[in-house]
Write a protein that binds this ligand. Structure first.
Ligand SMILES: *[C@@H]1O[C@H](CO)[C@@H](O)[C@H](O)[C@H]1NC(C)=O
Ligand SMILES: *[C@@H]1O[C@H](CO)[C@@H](O)[C@H](O)[C@H]1NC(C)=O
Ligand SMILES: *[C@@H]1O[C@H](CO)[C@@H](O)[C@H](O)[C@H]1NC(C)=O
Ligand SMILES: *[C@@H]1O[C@H](CO)[C@@H](O)[C@H](O)[C@H]1NC(C)=O
Ligand SMILES: *[C@@H]1O[C@H](CO)[C@@H](O)[C@H](O)[C@H]1NC(C)=O
Ligand SMILES: *[C@@H]1O[C@H](CO)[C@@H](O)[C@H](O)[C@H]1NC(C)=O
Ligand SMILES: *[C@@H]1O[C@H](CO)[C@@H](O)[C@H](O)[C@H]1NC(C)=O
Ligand SMILES: *[C@@H]1O[C@H](CO)[C@@H](O)[C@H](O)[C@H]1NC(C)=O
Ligand SMILES: *[C@@H]1O[C@H](CO)[C@@H](O)[C@H](O)[C@H]1NC(C)=O
Ligand SMILES: *[C@@H]1O[C@H](CO)[C@@H](O)[C@H](O)[C@H]1NC(C)=O
Ligand SMILES: *[C@@H]1O[C@H](CO)[C@@H](O)[C@H](O)[C@H]1NC(C)=O
Ligand SMILES: *[C@@H]1O[C@H](CO)[C@@H](O)[C@H](O)[C@H]1NC(C)=O
Length: 800
């Protein structure tokens, strides 16, 4: 019996790429510079083979992959996705999920970005469905993560400034997607070539074969150790470590609800064969419908004398809370290896890579970004086309009437005024940090990120001996970062406090040896007479920008101001990796879990950062989308007409969409030079806050739904989904027509569940699930009560 069950959870690994003679075979791994066969991206770039695994299999996230022959220099080892059809040789079998090692390449004239692709599943009965997958780029100056990485890749000298090797970290990503498991799967069509996706390995997790289904088929897909801990009052006691168990219900999607779903409260425990660990807070699962999957945190501690960082074999146990009966898992008895306990960080890549976004950040969803500085004085760019905070760059590039900023500057200030003349007018005369932090809180944000120093190099914090170019010594003579953090700490301690920091400075003389692209370093030639050079007020000559300026400044932000979020910009030459471990250990000693983005020039990151863009599907790593309320500027732009700012309805819809796909939204305001925030920004933010006040539980602390993030199909209300252990949320971003919300998504609702509209009258709503259509009846009056056109319906799981 048990053996039969285990087979159901088998992972089918496809032999790649030999098993099917696909067109578009590709050679990704190169044995050296003079190899002409490898041409991963169509421009001759390639991975260095010696850094790729030389093994036939690779296991990640509980999935075993068959690796391609990376180390055979004359065999293809990747497939350029081009609508190839994978015909499954397992007739009649059903599958639960698709997993791949994959990456996307940059199109020749494009830039590094995650790419979207559509997987199409064709079933034996002739029907088909599809899934969007999002795949990170194989390398980028601001890297994405992956389970396989190389420290460099071979470059194309013609395209890469004569470099034959590029030392940005280069990786292979992991992706996964759910497959409907109620029908035998015949084939899978890979994404079209316009996706620029390459596959290295594909594995499928089996669903249940045909036959009667009289109980949920619960399968532990993975047990993952994390370096996250559960907040405890006492920082000095041993940390309670979070372990994440991925639990799937492999019963067919269409199997009867009353027998094949998990519908009552169950606890998950871990045990280890030699008693190395104890479960402190069991995991909890209340509802798991067929074909669904959920990640459940379990909190553990090491037993006496087991050192943090010890590898331990654990098994997972599931128990019904009602009668304490153990529930048999498909994977009963299977052992998983974890790293028990959280060791101190050190500066090795291996150690730093274990850092990840903490739960508070994952839960927060909504943050406010603030771009304010000397650029807020001229506050100008052609609206919708350029960022106003880039004023000084645009003034000099090009230094003629080809630049709208140059023309504007000449007309407004004349040729004698240089950028640093604006410092005196950066007055902050009407600034109230309390007004700002109240605004963040009123908006319903859970964190904020303050620009401490932009590319113009003018810092709004105490830069100590590294530079005098700051607001304590020039302009307003105040420590803005200190005042803002102090206000937040006192008035809104629940807000996490974050800091943006630009690693390079456009025109810092000492940056010249490191300069690249739009950050050349070196003084700026005067934009009107070409003389050398514009003043760089407060500059203290240093021998080495990274060691003597950037490093102490980052150190000050981390240890002097106790930031929770280091939001670096631009990447490139960096001191951060030298500071990371001591920052993580320092914060941990204060019981703080901190987070950094992928622009710190490091080989690791806790989240990736699409800019004025959101991701159209879930990504296998944490992401945060940022954008200004201005149509295309983070800093205040006086050229933007009042009606062009993003309104509250648009913000809330964007937030809901982002959250359903696993992202956070960092929405930016650009205060004026006097420190006031224009009503075009404060009013929508407060309206968003009103919505979040009544419906925020559908956003905060939720997780994306494994089955699908949205239903945008014909005849359905335009909806997004979010989940919590005890509830499911269907959020309509179009008004339910005629007072009926409809969706064909397989909502995990059962008979006794309560459905209500958050922000409505609070009454129980009449709902039905008929022929796969979930409908909810709601009064127009109730819909009208919700402050913005987004209606969050909460399904509270009944446990009876
Ligand atoms: C590649 O070929 C060039 C020219 O033939 C040679 O100078 C160079 O040393 C070779 N490089 C490597 C890494 O073999
Ligand atoms: C490098 O890029 C140039 C320009 O696109 C191209 O002509 C050349 O073929 C590429 N080199 C290789 C080895 O593919
Ligand atoms: C890769 O593994 C094969 C088989 O174990 C071995 O023959 C070969 O030498 C290895 N290659 C490298 C580069 O380690
Ligand atoms: C690359 O090398 C060529 C020839 O030496 C030179 O003309 C060109 O300026 C170089 N390009 C860059 C971007 O350094
Ligand atoms: C990383 O890539 C960027 C281009 O995006 C390039 O300018 C830079 O030199 C690369 N860094 C390293 C260390 O190779
Ligand atoms: C994609 O395929 C189409 C035809 O199937 C072809 O015309 C096009 O050039 C291909 N694009 C790329 C980027 O390979
Ligand atoms: C499940 O529901 C069906 C139809 O409503 C019913 O016939 C069946 O007896 C129920 N099974 C169980 C185990 O309650
Ligand atoms: C215990 O509760 C579970 C879940 O409600 C149920 O499936 C099981 O039959 C119960 N077992 C016993 C022995 O009552
Ligand atoms: C750094 O940390 C890693 C991972 O925790 C560990 O394996 C390694 O031994 C540590 N290195 C040093 C020098 O402590
Ligand atoms: C600074 O402010 C004064 C007073 O408003 C104004 O006359 C002057 O043009 C401003 N100068 C700059 C460089 O902003
Ligand atoms: C949507 O509804 C219309 C009218 O009832 C029907 O003709 C159409 O087939 C429906 N579309 C889908 C995808 O169900
Ligand atoms: C709403 O529904 C729940 C669960 O179905 C039930 O317990 C509760 O009594 C109902 N409340 C009202 C006001 O009908």
């Amino acid at each position: 019996m048990e053996h039969a069950c285990k087979q159901l959870a088998l992972v089918i690994t496809l032999i790649f790429p030999n098993a099917y003679a696909f067109p578009m075979g590709n050679e990704a791994a190169s044995p050296g510079l003079n190899d002409t066969f490898a041409d991963f991206d169509g421009s001759g770039r390639a991975y260095p083979v010696e850094w790729l695994p030389n093994a036939t299999t690779f296991t990640y996230n509980g999935i075993k992959f068959n690796l391609p022959p990376f180390h055979n220099p004359s065999a293809y080892d990747a497939i350029r996705s081009d609508s190839q059809v994978i015909t499954l040789q397992t007739n009649g079998a059903r599958y639960h999920s698709f997993h791949a090692l994959a990456t996307s390449v940059w199109p020749v004239s494009g830039s590094a970005a995650a790419r979207i692709g559509e997987l199409v599943y064709e079933f034996d009965d002739g029907t088909s469905t599809s899934n969007d997958i999002l795949v990170g780029p194989w390398w980028s100056n601001n890297p994405f993560d992956g389970p396989i990485h190389t420290p460099f890749h071979y470059a194309n000298a013609t395209l890469d400034g004569n470099k034959t090797v590029d030392h940005n970290i280069t990786s292979i990503s992991y992706i996964s997607a759910r497959i409907p498991n109620d029908k035998p799967l015949k084939s899978i069509t890979l994404p079209a070539n316009t996706s620029y996706i390459n596959f290295f390995a594909i594995s499928l997790v089996s669903g249940t074969p045909s036959g009667s289904v009289d109980s949920p088929r619960l399968s532990v897909r993975n047990v993952r150790s994390t370096t996250k801990w559960v907040d405890a009052k006492d920082a000095s006691s041993e940390k309670i470590q979070q372990i994440e168990v991925t639990l799937a219900n492999l019963s067919p999607l269409s199997a009867p609800t009353n027998s094949s779903w998990l519908t009552s409260t169950h606890s998950l425990y871990l045990t280890s064969s030699n008693d190395e660990i104890k479960t402190v807070i069991p995991g909890k699962v209340i509802r798991l419908r067929s074909n669904d999957q959920v990640v459940i945190p379990i909190s553990i501690q090491n037993n006496h004398k087991v050192e943090a960082g010890t590898k331990v074999q654990v098994t997972v146990h599931l128990r019904s809370e009602k009668n304490s009966t153990a529930v048999l898992l498909e994977t009963e008895g299977q052992e998983f290896e974890i790293i028990a306990g959280i060791p101190e960080w050190n500066n090795s890549d291996e150690s730093l890579r274990t850092h990840e976004a903490p739960d508070w950040y994952e839960d927060a969803k909504f943050g406010i970004f603030v771009h304010w500085g000397v650029y807020s004085v001229p506050a100008w760019a052609p609206s919708g086309q350029q960022y106003a905070e880039w004023y000084n760059w645009q003034l000099h590039n090009p230094p003629n009437n080809g630049s709208p900023t140059w023309v504007h500057h000449l007309q407004t200030y004349g040729a004698d005024i240089v950028y640093d003349d604006f410092i005196a007018n950066f007055s902050a005369s009407a600034w109230s940090p309390d007004d700002w932090t109240d605004l963040f809180a009123d908006a319903g944000a859970k964190y904020f990120v303050f620009v401490t120093k932009h590319h113009d190099g003018f810092a709004l914090f105490d830069t100590g001996n590294s530079s005098d170019r700051n607001s304590l010594l020039f302009g307003p003579k105040r420590d803005f970062l200190k005042e803002l953090f102090a206000s937040a700490k006192i008035r809104h301690p629940e807000l996490h406090r974050g800091t943006y920091f630009s690693l390079p400075e456009w025109f810092n003389p000492a940056y010249a040896p490191y300069g690249f692209g739009s950050w050349p370093g070196g003084g700026a030639l005067n934009a009107f007479n070409g003389s050398c050079c514009d003043p760089y007020i407060g500059y203290i000559p240093v021998d080495d920008y990274i060691e003597e300026l950037q490093k102490p400044q980052i150190q000050t932000i981390l240890h002097g101001y106790d930031t929770d979020i280091l939001w670096c910009d631009i990447g490139g030459p960096t001191a951060f990796p030298q500071l990371a471990a001591s920052w993580y250990n320092y914060a941990a000693s204060q019981n703080r879990q901190v987070v950094m983005n992928n622009r710190c020039g490091a080989n690791q990151s806790d989240f990736v950062t699409p800019e004025y863009a959101t991701f159209p599907a879930a990504l296998s790593q944490k992401w945060e989308s940022s954008a200004g309320m201005d149509p295309f500027s983070y800093g205040y732009n006086s050229d933007t007409p009042p009606d062009a700012y993003q309104n509250a309805s648009s913000i809330i819809m964007e937030l809901i969409d982002i959250v359903s796909k696993g992202g956070n939204f960092l929405l930016d305001i650009g205060p004026k030079a006097d420190g006031t925030v224009i009503p075009e920004e404060t009013e929508p933010l407060r309206q968003v806050g009103q919505w979040l006040k009544v419906a925020g539980e559908s956003i905060y602390s939720t997780r994306p739904w494994f089955i699908q993030p949205a239903d945008t199909s014909e005849n359905s209300t335009d909806v997004r989904f979010t989940t919590k252990p005890d509830a499911f949320y269907v959020i309509a971003i179009s008004r339910p027509e005629g007072g009926t919300l409809r969706t064909t998504a397989p909502i995990p609702v059962t008979q006794n569940d309560r459905v209500e509209l958050l922000g409505g009258s609070g009454r129980n709503l009449t709902w039905s699930m008929i022929n796969g259509v979930f409908s909810v009846e709601v009064d127009e009056d109730d819909l009208d009560q919700v402050p913005l056109p987004a209606w969050a319906f909460k399904i509270t799981y009944s446990t009876v």
